[in-house]
Design a binder for this molecule. Sequence first.
Ligand code: ACO
Length: 401
Amino acid sequence: IDIKTLRTATGGVTTIDPGFKNTGSCESAITFLNGEEGILRYRGYSIEELAEKADFLEVAFLLIFGELPTKEELDKFHADIKEQSVVDDDIKKILDAFPKTAHPMGVLSSLTSALTAFNPSSVNVDSEEDMYKSVVKILGKFPVLVAWTMRKKQGLPLDYGDNSLGYVENILKMMFKKPNEEYNQSSILVNALDKLLILHADHEQNCSTSTVRIVGSAHTGLFASISSGISALWGPLHGGANQAVLEMLSGIEADGGDTKKYMAKAKDKSDPFRLMGFGHRVYKNFDPRAKIIKVAADEVLGDLGVEDPILDIAKGLEKEALEDQYFVDRKLYPNVDFYSGIIYRAMGIPTDMFTVMFALGRLPGWIAQWREMRLRKEPIGRPRQVYTGENSRAFKDIENR
Ligand code: ACO
């Protein structure tokens, strides 16, 4: 049991709950998650239905403002976002300063934070109107930063997209358009990315979202709060798992495809290796997002005519894990990250950009949670601790230490 209730020296009561396994940090009306039954709903709508019927921008509107938009509301929202899709040219100089080897998540986090410097008024969010301005700004500029981060690494010019396109179509074009080449939009890629982004759009108080809320609770601006969320997402135990999964699957393939060997490694407590893409803090039956993504992976690879041996390795690992007592006892199932990388790879997205794609999807969730936190006037986040260090000590001069 992680919770110990301890009486502190001040006479107050402090609950110790490492990893906040049993501690709620807020009330929220955005996302409902039932880990035992594998239910995920955004504002009351099931993830299955949204992934099938909605597009990403509609879902973003739903998460942020609480209702599905009418056609007029969606058009206005999109127009306002498009109006904000220009990024200050000096941001390119910051991008230039990064080494080619820099991880895209580090670059993205820095550029997102830098947006505050170029848009200082975005920090003032005294009214809903002010908030709206910051919201459409980040939704407009973030895809540009994502595309530039990838293009810079690939030595491609840093262009803008085409605002006559849909939000997701434009993201793909910004990422993939090659100079002096005709760009043909693929509806397979647009639909696949739309679905992936929707599935990643919010997940209540996960590590990066809690980070955004707690940073924002100090009345730090939206862009800096999101930048801190990107840093949290980067870690391999969180969003970074999608990159780690693909590296793991590629490693297993290069090693001859012996999945049993890696199952054994994952169960060996003296070996730090974990089966990346397995396990979840809340889902203890199945991750509904993983179910949808597994089907999508089959469809997208089929539609694109891609045969990827890594998909077979992934399916083999899942099958073995579902029958293995270690995984069954600990309720370890594939999570959202297990199959998503296989789709991203088939789409031509480099492995180290996978977590960036996750950030792109999670952006509306971070915004919605930050906005809710500010509208509810939540107090500054400030956990307590139980001190376990030295008691009072007399200072020693340096010669006497
Ligand atoms: N492979 C092997 N064993 C595992 C795995 C795994 N992927 N995940 C958990 N376990 C084992 C642990 O060793 C532990 O075993 P024990 O009880 O014998 O000590 C038990 O299962 C419970 O694991 P915890 O780490 O205590 O569970 P927690 O809820 O803290 O962690 C987490 C959840 C971080 C997702 C974990 O399952 C993990 O590291 N998974 C791999 C990384 C991953 O896929 N992360 C993405 C999560 S989804 C997301 O953030 C978008």
